[in-house]
Design a protein around this ligand. Sequence first.
Ligand code: AMP
Length: 394
Amino acid sequence: MGLNYIDDADFQEKKVIARFDFNVPLKEGKILDTTRIDAALPTIKKILEGGATHLILMSHLGRPKGRRNNDLSLLPVAEYLAEQLNEDVLLTESALDRGIKTIIKLKKNKILLLENLRFHPEEEAGCKEFAKSLSDYADLYVNDAFGTAHRKHASTYHINTYFKNKSYGGYLLKNEISALNNVVDRPKSPFVAIVGGAKVSDKIKIIDRLLSSVESLIIGGAMAYPFLKAKGHGIGTSLCSEEDVKLAKKILKQSFGMKILLPLDHITSLEFAGSPIVYNDVNIPDDQMGLDIGPKSVEYFKTKIQSAKTILWNGPMGLFEYDEFSKGTFDIANALAESNAYTLVGGGDSVSAINKTGLSEKMSHVSTGGGASLEFIENGTLPGIDALKFGINL
Ligand code: AMP
């Protein structure tokens, strides 16, 4: 059985409960960036235009740790949605409000937004009774929360038990899966992956997974130092743990280890975020730390990028938050923007790096789900997606 998407659903006269990722940044009750809500609108409109009698929206926001926290109320989201949809959106007191069923019975208030699911510890604990209570509100279930599809939470995973053959993926989920499958399932060759950022142990699985399918794996950022050290190079005081050096040695020993490309030079400094030094050698002196890739490395990596047909990028090439150490990351972003390859940027910090360059429009796909996109690349699927496909057995 495959995954059913909302285009296959009949919403006519149905009550629909739908999980989104409205986890937007807030400041003093104002939404700073509405991207995540905007990304949900096509799915919401499709359900409403399909003739649903009620649409019950649900999401988490921030980390309230299982307790009510008025600063993390979804009220600003309800107000923004009402504006965008030109319809009333009723925010409930809590996800388990006694009045919800009555409201639905009375056929009043077509669109309801359940208050922050994570005010209830049962959500993250994956409590099946909580999932059952949510499922009782509706006839059909839609999941469009790609960013939380790697979590086995009540509203993303366990709820599927109560909607056998009545659960659907939304448009955002569909777009993410099809974009990620371009690199996971059928990457056009040559396939080049670029991995940066800070910790090898966090990305070890993704490196392992990618090495079998890529032509070249470019490693930059602080990720590069354990590999350089493992090869016997000097890395000075650069960020690097012994545990990561061990992992790097193991990876380099495999036959696929040949595919790894490392920086040839560096932008260093005597201290963290201090004055930059263009250090024209692979070996970093003892008193300096590497904080960005150097110009020779950029040219070297660019030759691989220019001949690629598929490019996956995860993790910045240096301490890009500081202008002095952002050039390597920006140069690589530019090389991707100029390439004709299928370019996918995924995973937390690479997305903020690409947004900082203003080049996100030039990428084929920028994934909205940090941890979720990494896990999808590692495993080819996610628990929330599997639950939609196959249901789950509790
Ligand atoms: P990650 O979350 O693993 O993608 O790591 C991203 C973080 O790694 C960013 O905050 C970068 O500033 C940081 N980073 C990248 N390269 C370096 C480096 N050479 N030294 C220190 N931090 C770095």
